[in-house]
Each structure stands twice: as structure tokens, then as C-alpha cells.
Design a protein around this ligand. Structure first.
Ligand code: SF4
Length: 328
């Protein structure tokens, strides 16, 4: 079975229906004990120091681990750095297939793009739809984790992040993921409710330092909404294959994301937002739009290439949480 690398959530059902395995390279990179060496490989090969560490890290992961046979590069709706990433791996002999999310959510254009990818991978449409149905149950377990986080207050922010961020490829083994998440749900359901006073929303790309969640909880708050990670889990259970992916907000305009975030702030009774940005990422510009359109305190956090949260960020985070405590 070919292992197909992805750099963000794409319709993984197409990969599965082709008999291949999806591999989210972000998750392999950030969870590897060799992640520093993956970054070093990129810089040694000439990647500029000013490039986002996710891009450099994925490049290094592809080359150092040999974990994928080909790469699907999202050429619209993700990150322009992915273009250069794809070019640099293509130059050394890697096969790269493009996939573009239409900016305007147009389901016909999206379907045409899906069909093109399916044709290139040799996946039949009816098998793709069968995979979508098979994954419905797994995705409903993601929604259960999310409910256990914000509605029942039993799951931690990290548990929410971990299970939802992994839904981009379900570990390349949906059966193993389903067993793992079912066990986690049983454990969490048996717990008493958590009692943090401050409820936070986390928006932006997933953090390069996931220890942020535990630190937030040590400070008396809890993340009850992970925007992008939740989107990876495709939280649209009533939709069919194409329309569920056309609702998926991450590759769309920031205004689509803002609408989703506003809805979740109200539904989850969120007191403040952590906007995580990555150094040298174009998405940092969007911070001004979140500040303009979200009527709630926002703390912008910038991750660089360290995999642990730095002291300056910890101090700012603590001051933000104390400020929110004074307001409620
Ligand atoms: S953090 Fe920003 S620059 Fe880095 S890969 Fe993601 S979108 Fe691209």
C-alpha cells in the first residue's frame, strides 16, 4: 500500500479508496523525537532560516524518514509556502500531486477537483463514498470528545487537541484510531467534571508547543474550543461527502472562519481567545481581522521553532488569564 503524505486535511477518503494510506506529515514531524534533526536537514539543504518551521520540518520529515511514497500538495486554500515545499521535493525525484480547495466554497468546483485527484490516484467514486460513510462513525467519536470538552467539562484542552488534530489522517489506520478514541472517551466519561473558571478558545494553526494546554490549566483556565483541529474532524454530520468538505472552513476566507468562531464563542461560553500564529506565517496578518471582528479579548501568541512554550509567552498568558478573571 502506498503511503501518501498530506500537509493539511484533504478528502482522505480519496486516498483510502485508492488503496493507499494517508499520512499527515505535520503530525509525524511534531510528534517525532527526531524533529530537531528534521529541521536541521532542511536548513542544511538550503531552506532559509526565515521559513516557517512547519514547512522546513515537513521537508526534513519527508527526506529523513522516507515515510511517504508521494505527496499531495494543497495548492489553493492552505499555504503558499507549500508550493515551494512541493517544488523542492519534486526536484529530488518525489512525485507530487496538486489539490486545490476553491476559495469560494463552490461545491461544483470542489467536486471537479476531487474527481481529478481520484482519477490520478485510481480511486472510484462509489468507493470514495463508501469510505466517507465508514468514517462517519469515527468522526462522531471526535464530536463526542468535543462535547466532553465544552459541554460536560470532563476532557482537557490537550485531549481535545490531540484527538481532533489526529483526525486529518486518523493515524493512517482508522480502526486503531477508533479503538484509541473509544477507550479515551470511556476514561473521560468516568471522570468528575473539571472546574476551571476561565474558558478559552484557541484559534489558528495547531501549536508547535502542545504543552500550552497543560500550562493554561495550571493557571486556572481551560481551552474548550480548538478551531482548526475541530475543522479537521469535519464536524458536519448531516452533510454528504462533497458538501461536508465544502463547509470545512480552514481553506476558506478568514471571514468564513470568523463566522464559525463567533458561533462557537457563543455556544461554548468562551471568555477569551488565544490566537496562535507561527513566526513567518502569512496568517499573522489575519490577526488584525480577528481583533476587528471578534468582540472578546484576544491574546496573540507567536510560536517560533522551539517545541516548548517560552517563559515570555507563559508570563503573557498568565497575565491574560488574570485579566479575564477580573472581568467576570
Ligand atoms: S504555519 Fe503558516 S506558513 Fe507555516 S505551514 Fe502553516 S500556514 Fe504555512
Amino acid at each position: 500500500m502506498a503511503r501518501i503524505g498530506i500537509t493539511t486535511t484533504i478528502p482522505q477518503e480519496i486516498i483510502l479508496a485508492s488503496g493507499s494510506v494517508p499520512v499527515d506529515l505535520n503530525n509525524i514531524f511534531v510528534s517525532s523525537e527526531n524533529r530537531e534533526s528534521f529541521l536541521a536537514r532542511a536548513f542544511r539543504d538550503g531552506y532559509p532560516r526565515t521559513v516557517c518551521p512547519w514547512i522546513a520540518g515537513i521537508y526534513g520529515t519527508i527526506l529523513e524518514t522516507g515515510s511517504v511514497d508521494l505527496l499531495i500538495a494543497v495548492t489553493q486554500g492552505d499555504c503558499s509556502n507549500t508550493h515551494a515545499l512541493a517544488e523542492t521535493v519534486e526536484d529530488i525525484g518525489f512525485k507530487v500531486l496538486p489539490f486545490a480547495f476553491p476559495y469560494d466554497k463552490n461545491p461544483e468546483l470542489l467536486r471537479a477537483e476531487m474527481e481529478q485527484l481520484a482519477q490520478k490516484l485510481g480511486a472510484r467514486w462509489e468507493n470514495i463514498l463508501k469510505w466517507f460513510e465508514k468514517l462517519r462513525n469515527v468522526r462522531s467519536l471526535c464530536s463526542r470528545i468535543d462535547e466532553l470538552t465544552w459541554r460536560e467539562n470532563r476532557a482537557t484542552g490537550f485531549e481535545n487537541h490531540f484527538w481532533l488534530v489526529s483526525s486529518s489522517d486518523f493515524w493512517g489506520d482508522a480502526g486503531a484510531y477508533e479503538k484509541g478514541i473509544s477507550r479515551a472517551i470511556a476514561d473521560i466519561e468516568a471522570r468528575k467534571a473539571l472546574r476551571e473558571k476561565i474558558r478559552l478558545g484557541y484559534i489558528g494553526v495547531p501549536p508547535i508547543f502542545p504543552d500550552i494546554y497543560d500550562d493554561v490549566e495550571k493557571m486556572g483556565a481551560r481551552v474548550v474550543f480548538n478551531e482548526t483541529q475541530r475543522q479537521f474532524s469535519l464536524p458536519y454530520p448531516k452533510n454528504d461527502f462533497v458538501s461536508a468538505y465544502s463547509k470545512y472552513t480552514y481553506p476558506k476566507s478568514v471571514f468564513t472562519r470568523i463566522d464559525d468562531i463567533k458561533r462557537e464563542i457563543a455556544r461554548r461560553n468562551i471568555h477569551g481567545i488565544l490566537h496562535y500564529t507561527q513566526s513567518f506565517c502569512f496568517r499573522q496578518i489575519e490577526d488584525l481581522l480577528f481583533r476587528r471582528h471578534l468582540e472578546i479579548p484576544i491574546l496573540t501568541i507567536e510560536g517560533e521553532s522551539s517545541f516548548e512554550m517560552d517563559e515570555r509567552t507563559r508570563v503573557r498568558l498568565e497575565a491574560f488569564i488574570r485579566m479575564l478573571e477580573d472581568r467576570i
